[in-house]
Design a protein around this ligand. Structure first.
Ligand code: FES
Length: 131
């Protein structure tokens, strides 16, 4: 089972579906993983009902952080901003489906932090968003 998830992670890392920028976007945020300096920028576009119609990311980082961003943004299409605010660490870990060490956990949760900060329209990132 683990191998299947690893394959999925590598596939999203090598062939990201949601890579790019949205100009103009409705919600944007960017931040880095302080442990390694890897960086993630996320743009979201919503319709008049607050439903996410497009979600894109740019950045550089390890396979886990980039695949997690791609999987997360793909899963957001059709969801609302309010639903995005309720995402949890478990949602991301379920999507990735592999056991992660504490360091790798930070890699995986960078996308959650940046996406939720965008949804909440924060000016500064907050580590509590990764819970
Ligand atoms: Fe930097 Fe994973 S090593 S985000």
């Amino acid at each position: 089972m683990d191998d299947l998830y690893k394959e999925q992670i590598l596939d999203h890392y090598k062939n990201p579906r949601q890579k790019g920028q949205i100009e103009p976007s409705d919600y944007s945020f960017e931040d880095e993983n302080p442990l390694c300096g890897d960086f993630l920028h996320i743009d979201l576009k919503v319709d008049e009902k607050g439903v996410i119609t497009d979600a894109k990311f740019e950045g550089h980082g390890c396979a886990i952080s980039m695949a997690s961003a791609d999987l997360l943004l793909e899963s957001l299409l059709g969801k609302t901003i309010e639903e995005t605010k309720k995402l949890s660490k478990e949602d991301i870990l379920d999507m990735l489906g592999i056991e992660l060490s504490p360091v790798r956990l930070k890699c995986a949760l960078l996308s959650l932090k940046v996406t939720k900060a965008a949804a909440y329209e924060l000016k500064e990132a907050d580590d509590n968003l990764m819970e």
